[in-house]
Design a protein around this ligand. Sequence first.
Ligand code: BES
Ligand code: ZN
Length: 954
Amino acid sequence: MANSCRKLVFNIYIGFYCSAVIMPQKCICPQFTSSPIDEFNKDAEAFPAATNGQIFPWHELRLPTVVIPLHYDLLIHPNLTSLDFVASEKIEVLVRDATQFIVLHSKDLEIINASLQSEEDVRYRKPGERLTVLSYPAHQQIALLVPEKLRADLRYSVAIDFQAKLADGFEGFYKSTYRTLGGETRTIAVTDFEPTEARMAFPCFDEPLFKANFSIKIRRESRHIALSNMPKVKTIELEGGLLEDHFETTVKMSTYLVAYIVCDFTSVSGTTSSGVKVSIYASPDKRSQTHYALEASLKLLDFYENYFDIHYPLPKLDLIAIPDFASGAMENWGLITYRETSLLFDPKTSSTSDKLWVTKVIAHELAHQWFGNLVTMEWWNDIWLNEGFARYMELISLNITYPELQFDDTFSNTCFEVIKRDSLNSSHPISNQAKTPTQIQEMFDAISYNKGACILNMLKDFLSEETFRKGIIHYLKKFSYRNARNDDLWHSLSNNCLESDSASSGFCYSDSKKASNTLAFLRENVELKEMMATWTLQKGIPLVVVKREGRSLRLQQERFLSGVSKEDPEWGTLQERYLWHIPVTYYTSSSNVIHRHILKLKTDTLDLSEKTNWVKFNVDTNGYYVVHYEGQGWDELITLLNQNHTLLRPKDRIGLIHDVFQLVSAGRLTLDKALDLTRYLQHETSIPALLKGLEYLELFYHMVERRNISDVTENLKHHLLQYFKPVIDTQSWVDEGSVWDRMLRSTVLKLACYLNHAPCIQKATELFSQWMESSGKLNIPTDVLKIVYSVGAQTTAGWNYLLEQYELSLSGAEKNKILYALSTSKHQEKLMKLIELGMEGKVIKTQDLAALLFAIAKNPKGQQLAWNFVKENWTHLLKKFELGSFPMRTIVSGTTSHFSSKDELQEVKLFFESLKAQGSHLDIFQTILEAISKNIKWLEKNLPTLRKWLLISI
Ligand code: BES
Ligand code: ZN
């Protein structure tokens, strides 16, 4: 048998392709330098063995492109009592080159029968003949062997019957449960496929490039409803009372976007101005929390249709709150699934920041209906084309649809968050190789999301919003129902630019940007591509060093590395070959005109037309670079902040605070210089800027508190309370004011109570007692709710009461706040109890375990406990979450990356090494080790300065 199979492989042509291309014209798949058939000749052993011992005819992780799917007919029957499903499918495929086998993905499915038929091939006209099915679980693939070679350019229909258990975790077709008000536990069945889990629900060509149409049928009991990507066309009644829902055929789409759900949820609905029916589904007792999401999604869908000038192509859009969900949300076309806290808004317990979150997640997933669903990246190495755009569109859409949320003022945080990671050597380029499912999952990180969004924002600022918008519309229209890669985007953006350029104003830039050199820069399509290659194919972030010499500005670029100073021996090597095309912007004391320049070289000189007192680069922090002012530069800016900070734009003040502390980490500035800069904050009129400054001081506080450096901890506490006293004392305990007034209230009171500020503790204790006395009925202002619970959780009675309320609460927003409060207890046995409940997954759901461990590790009394737990229960945790998944990465980095001593570093290193021996290879491990080393260096270098500065300041 093995022999015949070997022969079979020998005789056929196996097509090869290489679309995982990162560098233009250069294939990054070395194994494809010769065709697989040649390789087979050289080394027959290169083909793996299937589970039955026969040779499996394919040895790549990527599927062959010889056979491509056109249409799937799926019939699924989940049984919510026995917790399994039986199913059958018919896949219509096109054979592009003659072949004797079809390889497709399948994971943990029991294949009952597979057969093949064809209208176009006379040899296969008769009812399907049973096919041999080989399975190669290491690659999650099956191969169907056909008796006679399939012919090129003909269509065939593959029929497969299969079954499986509903999955236990959060991937594939899995079960989720919820408790009703009456205390009954109910089960639903739900799918979550991205990136590579559609293969757990049905055998398929599970790669984004294989787009097809899907006709889905679901069998269910009458007490349930079924939902899928498309509207239901009809329901037929089967023998025994079962119902079968038939859904309209989908548009052409990738497998990871397929979704279906069987549940007993209820909904609220509305219609957009273009006639799309939008519904929000939730478990019946949570219907009252769905109204905000309906309002927001109607508004946002209208916005996107308008903004992209492309209709949402489906007749309906459902958004559904799933009780057990691994990530925040998933953009399945027409049936978006959400974690409850990402969709539901409870006016009694959801705070301003909860509202911002829900709106942001809805905006993000709706943006994917275009970026991702309509136009999909060719392969996962460019997932940023989905996620970076969706994150970028959060900003664009919220600015217009919800200006009152003032989201614009926090966008720079999106960039600051990723700069932390990107300024470590272990970062990676936006477009990165990804082969295995684990590597693919790891691509869903801050680099793809945040850096992607930040470089798009930088490019938009450079091209002007209108030109950029035209370019992306061009891209979306051109690649609709197809796949794209980076170059397609750059091409659409530059071509569009050229068109509008000649048509009207003669400029590709916003009006204020008509510098002649910038204009020349974009004339050539190839240059935009070249420029963007420096941001997407190269890791890291540049530092622009500015030196003013009379009327000249000397600019220099280098790679910005936090934690490595110029004096360190490795600095030179880490700098080699890094160069960006940086669109820099600046204004000076002489006028607020925005000047532009593209810094393409290592060094450059600009001439100022007038003498100036100061110069500020990176206007509105729209650029993805850090700026250092040499000579008197920083002193001039600090003087300016103290004298009249409003001469600088608010977002520039935020940027200065960010950069100054980054430069301390990189050894370019001393900490006292940065701390001196914060002295102006007492007069700061912009709340986001004030919060940015406070954030750094708090960060230092937590660092010294964790390390038990008691003199500095005490003095810093004193400084914070004294310095921010005017702000703390003027806060009311009422939900009032603008979004930023409310954010300020939450942040400042949280800090005051954390630092044991007596008036804060007193007020919170009073509210907590009243709440307990009212049996949890009293409405506490939502923005201080978490603070009140946290203070209440410090007594055993309060803690126990909160845990009881946790079980009873129907609001995810409230439950999150309670869980956080419980995790701030100073009693280790209580913290341990929480972890046990989280591991058990009943009272505290498994989906919340990562956030719980993260919160406990943040608590100085819990940090060691959480870390020890993770080490000792690693294999248990791996049974719950996939290596490389969001939750697992949160757990690992959440319980380690704050460490700041050599002993801790050594311990973490040893643990990670022991994992490597088990075959783990998480990217994140290196990042964590680097982050800890950075903390160690920071403390060594800056603790004495901090200590001294505090003595002078208080
Ligand atoms: N496409 C992702 C969901 C996803 C995440 C799939 C990771 C596979 C791996 C979705 O659009 C997403 O980005 N969700 C975010 C929420 C959003 C606000 C950024 C999430 O789950 O955190
Ligand atoms: Zn996304």
